[in-house]
Design a protein around this ligand. Structure first.
Ligand code: 1GP
Length: 254
């Protein structure tokens, strides 16, 4: 099968740098009406600090007009791909380069496994967004992604269960696997779990949720993640630029 441009770009970047960082920018902040224009400047900064792509979305996107505006603002500021990370069909937006076209494999609700995907697929085709077939697996409990997605979170101390899901994802042809602890998680996906999955899963391994500093990013990179996702730290930390730089350095020397 012909490899589409964003996937080929990601594979090329992994060859070059081994572990990449995709920062996540959430759409919409009720408390800050200027958040979208600020976010595009943040994206520009992130690109200059070494981000390989910008993820846009999250589990709480409710305003599609605002999301579309955000995506085109970011596109006007950066050259790296802008990739949608949808929590629902509202997360599909016209100007993006690609989408993590995800199935939440460990949801208890079929809506998040196949129904939202069917409802959103024609929009992805119409907008010519490159779909990146992704198995989305939630680890641990108590986060928004876990609650909204009705996930039966994989216990943090059960890496073997994550391995089972990752092999299932591989056998179903999903070329990306996202191990998600959830935004703002108090504990990130344990490196032991990442390592166990890495031994078996041959696709592109994304790990996110609760990664706030260079040390934990490095541990997860060493354990075998191809891509690390950082969200909350960028939104909440006054020193985010320095911290982001040190995360990039730490994963590239892992
Ligand atoms: C959430 O994995 C991402 O979907 C990022 O998580 O906000 O905790 O960095 P954080």
């Amino acid at each position: 099968m012909e490899q589409k441009p964003v996937e080929a770009y990601i594979r090329g970047e992994i060859k070059k740098h081994r572990t990449l960082c995709f920062p996540l920018i959430d759409s919409g902040s009720e408390s800050d009406p200027d958040s979208n224009s600020k976010a595009s400047l943040v994206a520009k900064k992130l690109e200059s600090l070494g981000a390989s792509a910008i993820l846009v979305g999250g589990s709480s996107v409710t305003d599609q007009i605002e999301l579309a505006q955000l995506v085109s603002n970011i596109k006007s500021q950066v050259r790296i791909p802008v990739i949608l990370f949808p929590g629902n069909i509202t997360g599909v937006s016209p100007k993006a380069d690609a989408i993590l076209f995800s199935s939440l494999l460990n949801s208890e609700n079929p809506y998040f496994i196949t129904e939202a995907q069917a409802l959103g697929a024609l929009a992805v085709k119409k907008y010519r967004i490159e779909p990146l077939p992704t198995a989305y697996v939630i680890v641990g409990e108590g986060t928004a992604a876990w609650f909204v997605g009705r996930a039966r979170g994989i216990p943090l101390n059960k890496p073997g269960i994550a391995v089972m899901y990752s092999l299932a994802a591989q056998y179903m042809g999903m070329r990306f696997l996202y191990l998600e602890a959830g935004s703002g998680a108090s504990r990130s996906v344990p490196p032991e779990m990442v390592q166990a999955v890495r031994k078996h899963y041959e696709g592109i391994l994304i790990v996110g949720g609760g990664i706030r500093n260079a040390d934990s990013a490095q541990e997860i990179a060493k354990a075998g993640a191809d891509i690390i996702v950082i969200g909350t730290m960028i939104e909440n930390d006054g020193q985010w630029e320095d911290k982001f730089s040190s995360i990039i350095q730490s994963i590239r020397s892992a």
